[in-house]
Design a protein around this ligand. Structure first.
Ligand code: AVI
Length: 313
């Protein structure tokens, strides 16, 4: 497991490396400080951002089928949340879940949201793990018969090709034969719909993206003038992904700690990729990582998919 102090130190190192590379880029995990996590929650409530509510609709509609796959004595292990409606809904309705493990990179956000869950589900064993799940970590020892990983929201789409391969392989090593993995995966679709999902009218996604500059100002004593930058998000057809960037509106020099970084007008920092998949594309990836695709649930418009994978051996 990566501890929080190490994560802070590597933030500074990663920022300098990322902003000195060509093109400039920062890892999407840095979008999620406390404020970033709050803003992301807000994005999920905008009318344009269809993934969260569509996934929730699928979970509601397919509850019986999901219950069948989870079984009657399972530990549900969730990556990246603890506060979402999705987990509350599953814990409330699926009596086969006897234990819950919440894993998140943001310690304060994790502890706060899990505290509420504990009060609402007094008979559930609840564990919290503050970890960066993109690097190897281990699970606490669990009582339940079966482990089921839960990775909703299509966060897998924020990993690049190699990262998602590594992630899926790592997930399969956390499991033993017969254990499961429920994963939400956003589907390829009309570009206009994708464009507006990442350019919402209330500009919450813009605030979420630009918060990264404010985070660097807060945590790394940087002096970004936020008004000198703009949010940019578009679908890259060849790559099959929505790209989010922060664009510099002028030539400028920014101080970060004791270092300086220069920006040309129009130059961007690539802050996030959000890959979209076909069902077949994703199932092929899962198979390469020792999983058997057992079931896929989608909505009527084929916007989003939820997969149940079983680990082979
Ligand atoms: C968390 N992740 C799946 C979101 C996405 O759609 O890629 C993050 C996000 N970025 C902008 N809006 C939402």
């Amino acid at each position: 497991m990566t501890n929080v102090k190490e994560m802070e130190k590597s933030f500074y190192k990663d920022v300098l490396t990322g902003l000195r590379s060509v093109p400039k880029r920062l890892e999407p995990k840095y979008l999620y400080d406390y404020r970033g996590s709050e803003l992301f929650e807000e994005i999920t409530k905008t009318p344009e951002y269809y993934p969260t509510r569509t996934e929730m609709r699928i979970l509601k509609k397919e509850l019986n089928s999901i219950s069948h796959y989870i079984g009657d004595d399972a530990a549900l292990i969730e990556f990246g949340s603890g506060s979402s409606e999705k987990i509350k809904f599953l814990l409330h309705h699926l009596k086969g879940i006897k234990e819950y493990v919440a894993i998140d990179i943001s310690e304060s956000f994790l502890l706060q949201s899990v505290e509420k869950l504990k009060k609402e589900h007094q008979h559930l064993y609840v564990h919290t793990v503050c970890a960066d799940y993109t690097v190897p970590f281990s699970l606490p020892s669990l009582k339940a018969k079966k482990k089921v990983l839960f990775f909703p929201g299509s966060t897998i789409g924020n990993f690049d090709k190699q990262e998602r391969k590594t992630f899926l392989n790592q997930m399969s090593t956390l499991l033993t034969k017969g254990d499961g993995f429920i994963i939400g995966v956003d589907l390829k679709k009309d570009e206009k719909l994708l464009h507006s999902a990442y350019n919402d009218a209330k500009q919450v996604t813009r605030a979420f993206n630009l918060n990264l500059l404010q985070r660097m100002n807060r945590e790394l004593l940087a002096n970004f003038i936020v008004e000198n930058f703009e949010h940019k998000a578009f679908y890259n057809h060849e790559e099959g992904r929505v790209e989010m960037h922060i664009e510099s509106l002028k030539n400028q020099l920014v101080t970060i700690g004791e270092e300086e970084v220069s920006f040309q007008k129009g130059e961007t920092i690539h802050t996030e990729s959000s890959y979209k998949f076909s069902v077949q594309e994703f199932q092929n990836l899962a198979k390469e990582a020792n999983f058997i695709p057992k079931k896929v649930w989608t909505d009527e418009e084929n916007l989003f998919s939820v997969h149940y994978l079983e680990v082979k051996a």
